[in-house]
Design a protein around this ligand. Sequence first.
Ligand SMILES: Nc1ncnc2c1ncn2[C@@H]1O[C@H](COP(=O)(O)OP(=O)(O)O)[C@@H](O)[C@H]1O
Ligand SMILES: Nc1ccn([C@@H]2O[C@H](COP(=O)(O)OP(=O)(O)O)[C@@H](O)[C@H]2O)c(=O)n1
Length: 206
Amino acid sequence: MFTVAIDGPAASGKGTISRAIAAHFGFAHLDTGLLYRATGRKTLDGTPALEAAQTLTAEDLQGDALRAPDVAQAASKVAAMPDVRKALVDFQRAFAARAGGAVLDGRDIGTVICPDAEVKLFVTASDDVRAERRWKELTFKGHKVSIEEVLADLRERDRRDSTRADAPMKAADDALQLDTTSLSIEEAVASAVKRIEARQAELAKL
Ligand SMILES: Nc1ncnc2c1ncn2[C@@H]1O[C@H](COP(=O)(O)OP(=O)(O)O)[C@@H](O)[C@H]1O
Ligand SMILES: Nc1ccn([C@@H]2O[C@H](COP(=O)(O)OP(=O)(O)O)[C@@H](O)[C@H]2O)c(=O)n1
């Protein structure tokens, strides 16, 4: 078992780095934000949050609709509810324990879900760069949003995510900080790969 925990604020590059690492090392990847997004989306249809979290299916995690800005806000609201977080813990921990290695990205992976992860990264980027990247992504997918609206959404979610009482977003003490503000995707991925290889070499010596 080898677990990589990747946390950080919205649109910092967690998912991009996680997918590349999973492909490079042959690890399984779980985007834990999808669990909260799928739960949040069901609440928009009137399902109570806890019931939504307890009845998630693999199908609920599919589809571009989960990337919509209103779903992101709903996700951040249900993510502040301790019962909702509790309902999603076992699934995430079981995923992390897969043979062959796993990479999970989210907000509390290195601190709460996998505190013993072999590698922990906390990915950041400036607010403006994150907003621009997410704006490009949303616009490309056909969402009509301004860059100011995207920036406001990121800031509001970051504030809610980092100030909630239960499992707030924060870097684990032993996480490596990776600021992607001035890095290309290739550079950011290379830095993460280097860190993982170094850790694998360290563990092989034990
Ligand atoms: N280092 C980078 N340089 C430029 N664009 C990036 C970089 N990392 C990610 N992106 C782009 O920024 C957007 C948000 O990245 P994503 O990985 O989805 O962030 P997160 O998972 O943290 O929300 C995506 O469109 C992605 O292609
Ligand atoms: N491990 C996690 C993952 C996501 N979340 C919540 O889910 C929301 C959406 O997460 P996400 O990772 O899909 O968001 P982006 O970084 O892609 O914008 C976040 O704003 C958090 O409120 C969480 O609380 N804990």
